[in-house]
Design a protein around this ligand. Structure first.
Ligand code: SAM
Ligand code: SF4
Length: 334
């Protein structure tokens, strides 16, 4: 029997459009030490302490989502590796019955140090943001000179047998020639996943977006021309359309948020580092969950989530430049 169908039966949270939710993206800090041109071009500007969810609050939160049939948690930020108790957060998620996959998205900061620790802690997947394989362009985009260290850490993990790695690349018009084909060539001998993400407009990056956006559909066309074929979508999968090729050990995915029907398969909810529920990446507002997290009893939150889900809109309105409350992705994890 198809395992993905078996799992579908125990997903409880369904919205007014019959979409089922099983994937939580949890931001654990707003802080970030990179200055990605599309996200925080001036770097993180807030206060150092941002009243982040405590470990006991995270425990209640995760228990509640698990009760509702959530299977996958992605830890994100800001930069999640900046949180000193990250290993404890991973442990809370891994120990929660019902949670099958605990993933993290990182900019690669001190990856040589952290990646072996996360693997030892049982992380199920690590997404690393690499927008260019050229150290100069990488630095131009992120203001970080860490690319050689990041590639070294990644290669060591693969050599050691950890291949649950995804590379996230945000497509930028100015850099596309050094992004698309060089990255596809680079993964030819790597059993990992590469994912191209179409640049999304946010409250803060309108002018940058107008200069740098180009449609991810062009990458989809290129993949098909080169003999890649689309895979069928798994139930707890993220938003990417995934492609396979007989000459490549890994896969290439494309996230095209401006494409028609993108929101029809949405299975995700987001919680910010301060415990605000965002029903969509581009919601007009967050819903405060914090008062429901001051107890080990997960039932009040479970009830709140059951009723809130009906407020989720059928789609985002990015095509109409409606970016909601999202000034940049660092504030809710992308
Ligand atoms: N700091 C970590 C990182 O960069 O991987 C995790 C948080 S970051 C907000 C999550 C993902 O969102 C990254 O892959 C980043 O490249 C992507 N991202 C940020 N802003 C974006 C935008 N405006 N459009 C598309 N992707 C974006
Ligand atoms: Fe930081 Fe990630 Fe935003 Fe880059 S994309 S500035 S690494 S939060």
């Amino acid at each position: 029997m198809d395992n993905s169908l078996a799992m579908k039966d125990d997903i409880i949270l369904t919205d007014a459009y019959q979409r089922q939710f099983s994937y939580l993206r949890l931001s654990i800090t707003d802080l970030c030490n990179f200055k990605c041109s599309y996200c925080l071009p001036n770097g993180y500007e807030g206060k150092a302490s941002q009243n982040e969810l405590r470990l006991d609050e995270i425990k209640t939160l995760i228990a509640s989502f698990a009760e509702l049939g959530f299977k996958k948690i992605r830890l994100t930020g800001g930069e999640p590796s900046l949180r000193k108790d990250l290993l404890q957060v991973i442990d809370i998620c891994k120990s929660q019955p019902g949670i099958e996959k605990v993933c993290i998205t990182t900019n690669g900061y001190r990856l040589n140090h952290f990646l072996p620790q996360w693997i030892a802690a049982g992380i199920d997947q690590v997404n690393i943001s690499i927008d260019s394989l050229s150290p100069e362009q990488f630095e131009l985009i992120t203001a970080s000179s860490d690319l050689p260290m990041i590639i070294g850490a990644l290669n060591r993990a693969i050599d050691g047998g950890f291949t649950a790695i995804k590379i996230n690349t945000v497509l930028l018009r100015e850099h596309r020639d050094s992004q698309v084909m060089p990255l596809i060539d680079w993964v030819k001998d790597k059993p990992i996943a590469l994912r191209f993400i179409e640049l999304m407009q946010t409250g803060d990056n309108g002018e940058f977006f107008n200069r740098q956006h180009f449609s991810a559909d062009k990458v989809k066309d290129l993949l098909v021309d080169q003999g890649w074929t689309e895979k069928s979508r798994l139930i707890h999968a993220g938003p990417a359309v995934e492609y396979r090729h007989s000459s490549y050990p890994g896969s290439v995915g494309v996230i095209a948020p401006y494409s028609e029907n993108f929101c029809d398969t949405c299975n995700r909810l987001r919680v910010t580092a301060q415990g605000q529920l965002h029903l969509c990446l581009f919601s007009e507002e967050g819903k405060d969950l914090r008062h429901l997290l001051q107890t080990t009893d997960s039932e009040p939150l479970t009830e709140f989530l059951r009723s809130s889900i009906y407020e989720k809109l059928p789609k985002h309105y990015l095509q109409q430049q409606k970016t909601g409350a999202t000034r940049h992705f660092a504030m809710l994890g992308g």
